[in-house]
Design a protein around this ligand. Structure first.
Ligand code: NAD
Length: 407
């Protein structure tokens, strides 16, 4: 079995193949110099310098060796030959496979603007990216130069919170009228805007960026369409990602802004499966769902391994995500897109712990919890079971929603 991509999804698939009884060789190919590592801390503890490299490692080399998983780092795959069932590596060598896993991840979208390739204009995806941002951020704190974050999504806001913690001046430039618009309902976007403002972050909505202003040291500022220039010693760009589906496309696999897979991770080739950020899952109604999360990578990895072993293990659990900003943990269960009503449980104004329950046509479809882990875990159970409280029950802290599950 050959796995292209040594991130969360690739590692999970390798381990699930082994625990599922596959006894042949497993080769895990990664194009970074490191073996599998945890990405979520990159915008938080790692960026803040509160974690050492050993804590970032997902599986020690000895552990992989013990499981008979051969890890090859700096090993980029250049092409897939489906007719001969081989992959071609950048060094020209070829590797045969009986089953192939594509776990190639995603790439940050670049700003298509003049000056965007200047030193100090950085994306955040890899360990190397995060280390480069940390170094430049330290320089900004020392010289009192502002940090400008482009994009008020997960990356942008987690970086903004970390930069504030390190003492940097921070401005977030968001093109849309609100933060986290891809995932949050407006009521929570507003709450997060207040949270960031209360920590001293300047927020600009409807931002239109014209260019990155540069000098011999790299970035000097961000020029807006109205001519205003915001000084900056570091610009972090977090404007979303694109699925890495180029290899699959080149090999003639079905792709649509991601490698198209079924609920079991199968692609349009019976010998090839895919998992994680690189995929777009075809739903029963024909639409495509792209999820970018740790849960999606691990669950699709398990499903993809099962598919290669001839079993059906559809990933149908409720999607969940989380984001840590300052001392607030946001946990999201389900997908709130299309919600027509919501109910708040807990004291949102005090912000000490609350959840927003999203309803569509009278049924619960998602729950976003802030510092309310119990609500989140219960929400996942309710959504998995298809059990819906009424909006009144959701809003009433005196009603035990867990009791609905046992009825
Ligand atoms: N806690 C988490 O779950 C977490 C944390 C960090 C990153 N991630 C993942 O990392 C990936 C990338 O995150 P992200 O924050 O880049 O993507 P995102 O889609 O979450 O947010 C991108 C934001 O950038 C804005 N934007 C787009 N173009 C812009 C422009 N030209 N100018 C200003 N704003 C613009 C969008 O409106 C959006 O708010 C995602 O897969 C995300 O799920 C997840």
């Amino acid at each position: 079995m050959v796995i292209v991509g040594a991130g969360q999804a690739g590692l999970q698939t390798a381990e699930a193949l082994r625990s599922g009884g596959f006894e042949g060789p497993i080769t895990l190919l990664g194009d970074e110099p490191h073996g599998p590592y945890h990405r979520p801390p990159l915008s938080k503890a790692w960026l803040a310098g509160e974690m050492d490299a050993a804590q970032l490692v997902m599986r020690a080399p000895e552990m992989l060796a013990k499981k008979g998983i051969e890890l090859r780092t700096d090993a980029a795959v250049q092409a897939i030959d489906r007719a001969h069932k081989t992959v071609q590596l950048a060094d020209g060598s070829r590797l045969p496979y009986s089953g192939l896993v594509l776990a190639t991840g995603a790439t940050p979208r670049a700003l298509p603007l003049p000056g965007a390739d200047a030193a100090g204009v950085l994306p955040l995806r890899s360990r190397a990216d995060a280390s480069a941002i940390a170094e430049r951020m330290a320089g900004c704190v020392e010289k009192n130069l502002p940090v400008v974050v482009i994009g008020g999504g997960f990356i942008g806001l987690e970086v903004a919170a970390t930069a504030r913690k390190k003492g940097a001046r921070v401005t977030v430039l968001e093109a849309a009228p609100r933060l986290l618009g891809r995932v949050l309902a407006p009521v929570l976007s507003d709450w997060y805007a207040e949270l960031h403002r209360s920590h001293g972050v300047e927020l600009v909505f409807g931002a239109q960026i014209a260019a990155i202003d540069t000098d011999a040291n790299g970035v000097r500022g961000v020029k807006l369409a109205d001519g205003q220039v915001l000084p900056a010693g570091l610009v972090v760009v977090g404007i979303g990602v694109s699925a890495n589906d180029a290899l699959a496309l080149q090999a003639g696999l079905a792709c649509d802004r991601g490698i198209v897979v079924d609920a079991c991770g199968r692609t349009s080739d019976p010998h090839i499966v895919a998992a994680g950020d690189c995929t777009a899952r075809r739903l029963p109604d024909g639409t495509l769902l792209r999820l970018e999360s740790v849960q999606n990578a691990t669950e699709q990895g398990k499903s993809a391994a099962a598919a290669l072993l001839g079993q059906d293990r559809p990933f149908t659990a409720t999607p969940w995500f989380w984001s840590d900003q300052y001392d607030r943990k946001l946990q999201m269960a389900g997908l709130s897109t299309g919600a027509d009503r919501w109910a708040v449980r807990g004291d949102m104004a005090a912000g000490t712990g609350f959840s927003v329950y999203h309803f569509k046509d009278g049924r619960l479809i998602a729950v976003d919890s802030v510092n309310a882990a119990k609500d989140h875990l219960q929400a996942r159970k309710l959504l998995d079971a298809g059990v819906s409280p009424s909006t009144e029950q959701a809003a009433d802290g005196g009603v035990d929603l867990g009791s609905l599950l046992s009825r």
